[in-house]
Write a protein that binds this ligand. Structure first.
Ligand code: NAD
Length: 517
């Protein structure tokens, strides 16, 4: 009997034994620094002349691990391996596939501190953020395992007299999975696993900023005995190797999470018919956000400040769901800002290997430059710098948590995704205007409202146009099962990862009717 799905509980790092285990795991990984990992295609370990290095953003010259850098020429081999594995994997029963999923979840639980350590060193996540990421990856495995079994039992047809009718959900084929770096465990493992747990096979091309976490996940799949070729682990550049995978005639679907620009490019490429292709490629795209929190004039301001603080600066603002705009009703503006700024200024920025640091670095040089460019754009637009606005000291890509006030709805930092620790403060004369501003971007991913007015909450329920809307809590931290995740408009195809509809995207329904004699 499989127990009911429950979200994984986060580790309590105030307990000395957990602190010790996390410290030890970080030290162990540091002792292996620079280790080289092969790519794996089918049964074969592939070593290449071209290498891809992953760096520690908190210590930018430190090479965390070394990988093989696949070029476009390896795409055919990887897809063929997945295609061969599909021939038998597609017939594996749902129970068996779910069993692999539960084994993978259990092994990840046992290696929780190691996965966390990889994210601390490779992505600059603090301990709590890294652990939440691992917990979510475990949740995806547990949830999707149960979903495979549930879908196998579903038969959504109306009874027709004289016929025995059945709808069966069958897998699609070879999927190309292209994750981002920012949830290197949860999103990578979630998209990959939704695909294989439902009977598809996968070429996993991890982000070049996060191959180590993906390599550790892949090792885990090998250890649980997942047949070779069901998941193929092949790092490489997105623009060359990733793009070639997408063009392949045997690629049946693409599961992508990343920026709007790349997502839209993939959408165009996937629509082109390759020679020998016999299907329309399915595209699952989860893209960027410009997420807004509205603070009404009747709510506890201390609680709202803490919510905004966590949503804006958790993981340096590098979440698709991060609060990058807060809209305050005029009457509370001064008091809110007065409470917010000292808290922002007290955030400790530094190497997240030290658990006393709340904010680590941004992921790489390009992210640092981009964030600093947005800070300059805000100044040019006449936004008022309240705190931060510059690099912080240290050997990594550290940026001080930054808040701009007097931001107007159409200003650059009110419209474009920054993906860094920069918060824009806007004001509205009333709740109706606040909602109007909240809806004024091309995105529609997450949003939150703090309000004690039932009328205002109900209005937001109807009119705040985002895929994930939260009331009286922050706009980050979606939980598998409870908060199916995905956005509207340019935030993507609203796939609702971690929800009961997600599997439909990875399957096709076959209807079989038999006349009863
Ligand atoms: P990115 O678009 O730069 O890269 C994402 C992936 O695409 C990487 O693996 C990259 O190698 C690959 N890639 C790049 N060019 C490609 C191409 N031409 N063809 C195929 N693959 C290609 O995004 P990122 O910097 O890794 O992640 C940050 C972005 O992801 C942000 O915009 C963020 O909002 C978004 N994101 C969205 C969600 C969501 O659920 N909506 C979740 C997390 C992150």
């Amino acid at each position: 009997m499989i127990p009911e799905f429950k979200n994984e509980v986060y580790l309590d790092f105030s307990l000395p034994e957990n602190r010790k285990k996390q410290e030890d795991a970080i030290a162990k990984l540091q002792s292996e620094i620079g280790k080289e990992y092969p790519s794996v295609i089918g049964q074969e370990q592939v070593m290449l002349d071209a290498k891809l290095k992953s760096y520690n953003p908190a210590n930018k010259d430190e090479v965390v691990a070394v990988f093989q850098k696949a070029g476009a020429d390896l795409a055919d081999k990887a897809i063929q391996a997945a295609d061969e594995a599909f021939a038998s994997w597609k017939h594996t029963s749902a129970d068996k596939r779910a069993d692999y999923a539960f084994k993978a979840a259990e092994l990840m639980r046992q290696r929780r501190f190691d996965f966390n350590a990889a994210m601390v060193l490779e992505e600059g996540k603090n301990w709590l953020e890294a652990d939440a990421d691992t917990a979510e990856a475990i949740d995806f495995l547990e949830f999707y395992g149960r979903e495979a079994i549930r879908y196998a039992k579903m038969n959504p047809v109306t009874k027709v007299p004289g016929e025995d009718n059945e709808v069966r959900y069958i897998p699609l084929g070879v999927g190309v999975v292209i994750p981002p770096w920012n949830f290197p465990n949860a999103i990578m493992a979630g998209m990959t696993s939704a695909a294989w747990i439902f009977g598809n096979t996968v070429v996993l091309k991890p982000s070049s900023d996060a191959p180590l976490v993906a390599a550790k996940f892949f090792e885990l799949l090998q250890e649980i005995g997942l047949p070779p070729g069901v998941v193929n682990f092949v790092p490489g550049s997105g623009a060359t190797f990733g793009a070639e995978l997408i063009k392949h005639p045997k690629c049946r679907f693409i599961a992508f999470t990343g920026s709007m620009a790349v997502g839209l490019e993939i959408n165009v490429e996937a629509a082109k018919l390759a020679k020998g292709q016999i299907w329309i490629k399915r595209v699952i795209l989860e893209m960027g956000g410009k997420d807004t929190m509205i603070i009404d004039d009747n709510y506890d301001l201390d609680e709202a400040v803490d919510g905004v603080l966590a949503a804006a600066f958790g993981f340096q603002g590098q979440k698709c769901s991060a609060c990058s705009r807060v809209i305050l009703l005029d009457s509370i503006h001064d008091e809110f800002v007065k409470k917010l700024i000292p808290k922002v200024e007290s955030i400790k920025v530094g190497d997240p290997a030290d658990p006393n640091n709340y904010m680590g670095p941004v992921i790489n040089k390009a992210a640092e430059e981009m964030t600093l460019r947005y800070i300059e754009a805000a100044k040019k637009d006449g936004n008022k710098l309240l705190c931060g606005g510059e690099k912080a000291a240290g050997p990594g890509y550290f940026i001080k948590p930054t808040v701009f006030d007097d931001v107007k709805p159409d200003d650059t930092i009110s419209q474009e995704e920054i993906f860094g620790p920069v918060l824009a403060v806007l004001t509205a004369k009333d709740f109706v205007e606040a909602l109007k501003i909240a809806n004024n971007t091309i995105y529609g991913l997450t949003g939150a409202v703090y309000s004690n007015s039932r009328g205002n909450l109900e209005r937001a329920r109807r009119e705040f146009h985002v895929g994930n809307l939260y009331f009286n809590r922050k706009c980050t931290g979606a939980l598998v099962g409870g908060h199916p995740f995905g956005g509207f408009n340019m935030s993507g195809t609203d796939s609702k990862a971690g929800g009961q509809d997600y599997f439909l995207l990875f399957t096709q329904a076959k209807c079989i009717s038999e006349k009863i004699k």
